[in-house]
Design a protein around this ligand. Structure first.
Ligand code: ZN
Length: 357
């Protein structure tokens, strides 16, 4: 059955028991019937040779559809001639209990939808544009199509109508974009977004051994970089020999983890010697930039950068370092702002270090 063009699987057009034309009336409804039997299209044709009755379509239990009266002509199916002139009749083969098969229901409902669309009758609805035979005559027809299968039938017709009018799509949903895999070096981390902006620099920092995770599975990209982590990161990047700072035994790692890195950082001017190091405080973006700048020997910047509305927020002690960091492309700014006093996230630190190196 071609539902778009309303072409049945088989045309077995009757030569009697119908009326030519529609008396000038137009189609405004579909009337649904059952065979009170399980007939084929050929079976209907045969029955209507002897009985003064007909319908436009027969839907077999297998879903095969036959056309027996052309749509333009009046079939004799609902018992009221005026209604016959205004309607299309669809017969359905049925089981002994008056129900129709799932295939017959689906095909019949699809045909109803196709005809509603083709003739502009609107979305199928019982007693609006789709009627049971019994609405017009005293009959048990159409059996369970207007009984236990009443809702299923019209719901299916509406579904097909929506599909055919494009209100819903039967196209398979757009296949989900395959997830971007994490680079191999980062596969062990469960808290990294493979599509995030920071993946490249974090990968480089992990590959080069500048930064690790908190443990085997957490990198903490959005966590603030602590000052203790900051000096460890720079010491790693500098390939500093921290064994010089192991005391009192060269084979006992000191606690806390950042101890040797802080010693190295003070010795090498990366951080100033001061009473308190505040290892667990967050490093601000300009603090980390200053550590990097110190590590590289405090090169003088060419001048103050322009175009950053929050440049005035950079503390005096960090101005050279921030100007240098902007010049060197170490710090790019976020939406055109430097956010100098914001905590530097671990992902931002990785990016600054990767930019520098
Ligand atoms: Zn009927």
């Amino acid at each position: 059955m071609n539902f778009e063009n309303i072409e049945a699987d088989v045309n077995l057009i009757l030569n009697k028991h119908y009326s030519e034309g529609r008396g000038g009336k137009s189609i405004d409804k579909i009337v649904v019937h059952y065979n009170a039997g399980n007939l084929t299209c050929e079976g209907c044709y045969s029955v209507w040779q002897d009985r003064a009755a007909s319908a436009h379509y027969q839907v077999e239990s297998s879903g095969r559809v036959g056309q027996l009266v052309w749509d333009r002509d009046t079939a004799w199916h609902c018992g009221v001639f005026d209604q016959n002139q205004r309607s299309l009749g669809i017969e359905h083969a049925n089981m002994a209990d008056g129900t129709i098969t799932e295939t017959c229901l689906d095909t019949g409902a699809h045909l109803v939808a196709a005809l509603c669309k083709y003739y502009g009758l609107g979305r199928p609805q019982w007693l609006v544009n789709v009627f049971p035979h019994k609405y017009f005559s005293a009959t048990s027809c159409p059996g369970q199509i207007y009984g236990s299968q009443k809702d299923a039938y019209i719901t299916r017709a509406q579904y097909w109508y929506d599909v055919m009018t494009g209100a819903i799509s039967t196209e398979p949903a757009e296949p989900e974009k395959p997830a971007t895999p994490l680079p191999d070096a980062l596969k062990r981390f469960c808290d990294l977004d493979p599509d995030a902006w920071y993946i490249k620099p974090v990968e480089e920092c992990v590959l080069q051994g500048y930064m690790g995770g908190y443990d085997e599975s957490h990198f903490g990209p959005s966590d603030a970089l602590t000052r203790g982590q900051a000096v460890c990161t720079i010491a790693n990047a500098a390939r500093a020999d921290l064994t010089d700072y192991l005391e009192p035994f060269k084979d006992v790692a000191p606690e806390p983890y950042y101890y040797t890195a802080v010693c190295w950082a003070v010795d090498n001017g990366v951080v100033a010697e001061q009473e308190n190091f505040r290892p667990n405080d967050s490093a601000t973006r300009c603090e980390f930039a200053t550590m990097l700048h110190n590590w590289r020997g405090n090169p003088a910047p060419a001048g103050e950068p322009t175009g950053y509305p929050d440049w005035a927020e950079v503390p005096d002690w960090a101005k050279d370092a921030m100007a240098w960091a902007v010049e060197q492309g170490v710090i790019g700014g976020s939406d055109g702002r430097l956010l100098p006093n914001s905590a530097c996230s671990r992902a931002e630190a990785a990016a600054m270090l990767a930019n520098l190196l």
